[in-house]
Design a protein around this ligand. Structure first.
Ligand code: R5P
Length: 313
């Protein structure tokens, strides 16, 4: 089987291919001067993506990533269906269909946070993007999706995978924490999995988000005096959630505070802001940035194995 990637997740796609022992092919993904995308499966990759099922690794973030992912899926489907006719008459103009077998593995699923309709008339964006993707492929692998329920009713198999085992191993080796904290109720499952895996005490905060930049935590006695604490979340965007939680920990005597997440979005100066509140920031390579120190390859490989099992049932 083969792993392919366009412009936004190449390094992680190569890690995934290495984990699985499969080949990786780079697909052509570039921009026209007006910023619209151009996608092409190079001639030398056509046989490989037709021979066996293919895993496309592609982020649906930022917005251009959604279009790129859809175009890559469309091109893969065309080639697998044998639709290769072209004006330059390069190669065979049609081939037999090799059937379904296009799977997309999404390291960071953009729009995952609008997973419910809070007010009438709102689009449930996570579901909308999921449906769009589902109409272009045969299976989806999603990496630490904010709220998996958003993709529960997709018409094709969806496999969820998580980086918490890798985050736990990384923290144990590089931070050696005494305590794990979830900064809100939504991250309890993930953060407690990390705590359990290292065998550490765990607690969580109750967070109220006033707006994108304002967060309030309910006061809580955390018993972290003299402790090294790692805060674990699915994503860090503005850093506001982590900064507030770190302040609460320091006020209660924590000596060192680290933040770990799967998806480091780090918007609007988040890295600089975080550096005033925490001693270290540790993210996976789902998005490329200076804090992406944990490879997401092993976690994505678990998701790929799971979806292949599901597709065989
Ligand atoms: C929200 O529930 C998420 O799990 C994160 O806690 C949140 O998205 C982080 O955003 P920010 O870094 O802007 O506080």
């Amino acid at each position: 089987m083969v792993v392919v990637s366009g412009s936004n997740s190449r390094a992680l796609a190569i890690d995934l291919a290495n984990e699985l022992g499969w080949d990786h092919h780079s697909l052509e993904a570039r921009r026209f001067p007006d910023s619209e995308g151009y996608i092409r499966i190079p001639e030398e990759a056509i046989e490989a993506v037709r021979k066996e099922p293919v895993i496309l690794v592609s982020n649906t973030f930022p917005d251009a990533g959604i279009v790129e992912t859809l175009l890559l899926l469309e091109a893969l489907r065309d080639v697998r269906a044998g639709r290769t006719e072209n004006l330059k008459e390069i190669g065979p103009q049609s081939m037999e269909s090799v059937g379904p077998g296009v799977i997309v593995a999404i390291p960071y699923f953009g729009y995952s946070r609008q997973d419910k309709r809070f007010r009438p008339g709102e689009a449930i964006s996570a579901k909308a993007i999921g449906k769009l993707l589902a109409s272009h492929c045969d299976g989806i692998v999603v990496f630490d999706l904010h709220a998996p329920a958003a993709l529960e009713e997709m018409p094709i198999p969806v496999a969820f995978t998580s980086a918490m085992p890798e985050i736990a191993a990384h923290l144990q080796e590089n931070v050696n924490p005494d305590f794990i904290l979830s900064p809100d109720k939504g991250a309890i499952d993930r953060a407690s999995a990390v705590a359990k895996s290292i065998g550490l005490p765990f607690s969580y905060l109750e967070k109220t988000r006033i707006d994108a930049h304002t967060i309030v935590h309910k006061a809580k006695d955390l018993q972290v005096d003299g402790k090294i604490v790692a805060i674990v979340d699915d994503m860090i965007a503005t850093g506001g959630t982590i900064c507030k939680a770190a302040d609460a920990l320091r006020n209660q005597g924590a000596t060192e505070v680290h933040a770990a997440c799967t998806h480091g979005l780090f918007t609007g100066g988040a890295i600089a802001r975080l550096s005033n509140h925490v001693d270290g920031v540790h993210a996976t390579s789902s998005l490329s940035n200076s804090r992406a120190v944990i490879s997401g390859g092993a976690a994505l490989a678990r998701g790929v194995r799971k979806i292949l099992d599901d597709l065989q049932k």
